[in-house]
Ligand binder design. Structure first.
Ligand SMILES: Nc1ncnc2c1ncn2[C@@H]1O[C@H](COP(=O)(O)OP(=O)(O)OP(=O)(O)O)[C@@H](O)[C@H]1O
Length: 227
């Protein structure tokens, strides 16, 4: 459903990704593992159109999107939770969750359905809908960022180091929410970056390794715990 073909990408004039070939199938969960600075965030940002692609192409469901205007990409069905999960502090938690749906111009009914899906996966957020975005903890903010990604992520959800900085209990809760997502939506494709491979062992179908902007040709197979 998503292919990166021989992709080179730069930030400013600095080349970061080199010859990246990634092919994601519908419904699979892929872990993208690499040390700090290896290029994980840059892969996700390149898919969203935030870097300069200097070679190669990106296909989404068979159609080239390499040159697609970045603000149009989420509406393809792509949800993205950046590592820096900034919430708008003056908006409530629910308003923060709704923002991508509004930006993509979803109608009220569809927005409501997707919000219910997000609350089904993250029921704890229902208790904090009216709280200002600035008043939630870092861990709760990660949950809100996941809910926000769920609003548009009907086909592909990309989570950048979601477990980073989460206390163990919250990390466990976050992993549980991802399992619920997998149980309720079997067709969505998930890509999760992580610097610590142990955190995603047993959850991802496949592990890709990135090092100095290059994705290793071979992939490590990971065991998947049955949902
Ligand atoms: N704005 C920028 N300007 C110049 N170089 C950058 C910029 N952002 C990232 N880089 C460089 O790009 C490379 C890849 O960074 P990237 O953030 O994709 O890595 P990462 O694997 O996600 O690591 P981290 O876990 O630290 O975020 C790094 O060498 C980094 O120094």
């Amino acid at each position: 459903m998503l292919q990166l073909k021989s992709l080179d990408a730069s930030i400013g004039i600095i080349p970061i990704l080199r010859g990246v070939d990634i092919s994601l199938q519908a419904a699979e969960t892929v872990a993208l593992i690499g040390r700090n600075g290896a290029g994980k965030t840059t892969v996700l940002r390149t898919i969203m159109g935030f870097t300069k692609v200097t070679r190669g192409e990106i296909l989404f469901e068979g159609a080239p999107v390499t040159a697609l205007h970045p603000p149009k990409r989420p509406a393809l069905g792509i949800g993205y939770a950046p590592e820096d999960r900034r919430l708008f502090s003056a908006f409530t938690v629910e308003e923060n969750i709704l923002l991508p749906a509004q930006a993509a111009g979803l109608d009220k009914g569809e927005t409501r359905r997707r919000l219910e899906r997000a609350y089904h996966i993250l029921p704890e957020l229902k208790a904090m809908t009216d709280r200002p975005g600035g008043a939630v903890s870092g861990g709760q903010g990660k949950m809100v960022a996941l809910a926000r990604a769920l609003m548009l992520g009907t086909k592909l959800i990309m989570l950048d180091e979601p477990f980073q900085g989460l206390a163990p209990a919250l990390a466990q809760r976050y992993a549980e929410a991802l399992r619920t997502l997998r149980d309720t939506d079997r067709s969505v494709t998930l890509i999760i970056t992580e610097s610590n491979p142990a955190l995603l062992r047993g959850f991802a179908d496949r592990t890709l390794v990135i090092e100095r902007g290059e994705v290793a040709a071979g992939t490590l197979d990971a065991e998947r715990t049955p949902a």
